[in-house]
Design a protein around this ligand. Structure first.
Ligand SMILES: [Zn+2]
Length: 170
């Protein structure tokens, strides 16, 4: 039997969460040597540069946000893979209904999550290659979703136009 991943669970996982509590020890890159250190330190263990606790807190929050952005973007990619699986399943005689239900759900959920991703993470300024990659994934997914919606819309308009022509001929 073919087991589909649960799209509801995926959306829940991809939904941006609130940041971790500020009291917790968080990691961030040292502003001097760029090594990963944490907010409990007074000075960098790698280059001995003094750490400003306020700046460290900001840097740690940014680091947490970046890693969240990356994991949310990778969930988005998984969701697109699932949407394609559901789309193909629609054409299978036994899975038409579950394929249709899953695809329709993701067709709405994916654009919503892409928009939330951009609203939440577009202001991040970083040279982090993982974040650049995540941003690229989110762009592709967003662009793909937009193209797909345009395609569906054009298809419907075309069907209507042809339908009217067909009626007027009769
Ligand atoms: Zn350092």
């Amino acid at each position: 039997m073919l087991i589909f991943p649960n799209p509801f669970k995926m959306v829940k996982a991809a939904w941006p969460r609130t940041s971790a509590s500020p009291q917790a020890i968080q990691v961030f890159p040292c502003s001097n040597c760029n090594e990963t250190i944490n907010t409990s330190m007074q000075q960098c263990t790698f280059c001995s540069a003094p750490i400003d606790p306020v700046a460290a807190q900001h840097a740690a929050e940014k680091t947490a946000k970046i890693s969240q952005a990356c994991s949310d973007a990778s969930y988005l990619k998984i969701m697109v893979g699932c949407a394609l699986t559901f789309f193909v399943a629609r054409f299978s005689p036994f899975l038409t209904l579950s394929g249709f239900a899953g695809f329709t759900f993701l067709e709405i959920a994916i654009p919503v999550i892409v928009i939330r991703w951009w609203l939440k993470y577009c202001s991040i300024e970083t040279n982090d290659p993982d974040f650049t990659q995540a941003k690229l994934s989110a762009s592709y997914v967003g662009g793909g979703a937009l193209l797909f919606l345009l395609f569906v819309l054009t298809g419907r308009v075309a069907v209507h136009a042809l339908g009217f022509e067909f009626n007027s001929v009769q």
